[in-house]
Design a protein around this ligand. Structure first.
Ligand code: GGG
Length: 361
């Protein structure tokens, strides 16, 4: 059993540089309280500033530097004034997900006391779902190209790729996760009426995997009506499993229905632990609010809690630290301070300090 964990810290771009210090403040406080030894190694790459200096998002030996780490704590990527978003994303975050086989992107969405949901009448506990996004293939594929570029015959194509291995493993993860939940239900996001080859195949893989889990109920829903139901009746969802793109959309929509995506954490997992897993807020770099110290740090802080939990296999000190951080977040969401996305006037730093103080009180 490990007692010492090495964490790579990559704040990245924009508000990533504001929320990660608050996440670290709370993670360090939790580590102190629960006796977890952390070695934090900060890097300034995987950022558009680094790209501006070097013409690349990361150094050539990035993999060598990250492989010895137990986890990666990441902020956000994207600064379109320096480099187009698809270059920065494919040059950093998507490299981590693919080359470290972080095939699960686990994204919880919950309503909390003290946070007003934009959906009428929803209060704490009404929404409580776990979105499982396939994270290494699907619509995020690098297979495609442009032909006859710049002519009147110009065409472009980009293939979606679904492998049997990739689809079965994400389905299995979702059904295993549902076993740990009270409602034990999996919803499979699909679009098998319109996307008539890969999505019926995706549904068939869901059906095969589901047959090994007789105690888990499940259904499949087309992505269009599923989005509508996230808004109209989000309380019906428990575990939702989706392809890379559908999962990305649902994991902004779900947290938005709870009040703000400023609360939404994520864990990019290599469940077998052959490679480091990566923990990051769902939100991006938000150039429009960067520099004002008003970004909500809760998503980054909660991601840090998920990291501690994962490091210790959801047992012992890391698990206790996770639960204590979540309790401190909940307390601060009730009594404040709140950042402007929650209707408050507090700064990113005020909220981080309040959660850390609550944790150590
Ligand atoms: N912290 C998350 C982040 O920086 N996201 C940037 C982004 O655009 N991500 C797209 C994706 O997760 O697929």
């Amino acid at each position: 059993m490990k007692t010492h964990y090495k964490i790579a810290v990559l704040p990245g771009d924009g508000i990533g540089k504001e929320v990660i210090p608050e996440g670290l403040r709370v993670v360090k406080a939790a580590a102190q309280r629960f006796g977890i030894a952390l070695e934090l190694v900060e890097f300034d790459w995987a950022s558009c500033d680094y790209y501006a200096q070097t013409g690349s998002m990361m150094p050539d030996n990035w993999k060598e530097l990250l492989l010895p780490m137990d986890a990666i704590y990441f902020g956000a990527v994207g600064w379109p004034a320096i480099v187009a978003d698809h270059i920065s994303l494919w040059g950093s975050l998507l490299k981590f997900r693919r080359e470290f086989d972080q095939y699960i992107n686990l994204r919880p969405a919950q309503t909390f006391a003290g946070v007003r949901s934009p959906l009428a009448g929803r209060t704490a506990g009404d929404i409580d779902m776990l979105i499982v996004r396939e994270n290494t293939e699907g619509e995020y594929s690098s297979v495609g190209g442009i032909m006859y570029e710049g002519t009147e015959n110009e065409v472009v194509m980009q293939q979606s790729i679904f492998s049997r291995r990739g689809t079965e493993r994400v389905m299995k993860f979702a059904f295993e996760l549902a076993k740990t939940r009270a409602r034990k239900h999996v919803t499979v996001a699909t679009k098998s009426n319109g996307i008539s080859i890969s999505m019926p195949w995706w549904d068939a893989r869901a059906s095969e995997v589901a047959s090994a889990y007789p105690d888990i109920s499940w259904d499949k829903q087309h992505i269009d009506i599923l989005c509508a139901r996230f808004v109209l009746s989000p309380e019906r969802f428990d575990v939702v499993v989706a392809s890379n793109l559908f999962g990305d959309i649902l994991s902004d929509l779900g947290p938005a229905c709870t009040g703000t995506i400023g609360l939404a954490p994520s864990a990019n997992l290599n469940p077998e632990r052959r490679f480091p897993s990566l923990f990051e807020p769902v939100h991006g770099s938000a150039p429009d609010i960067y520099g004002k110290n008003i970004a909500n740090p809760v998503a980054a802080i909660w991601s840090g809690a998920m990291m501690l939990d994962f490091l210790t296999n959801s047992k012992g000190a890391g698990h206790e630290a996770h639960d204590a951080i979540l309790a401190a977040i909940k307390a601060v969401l009730i009594s404040g301070p709140h950042t402007p996305d929650l209707g408050g006037k507090a700064s990113t730093t005020d909220v981080g300090k309040a959660i850390a103080e609550r944790l150590l009180a």
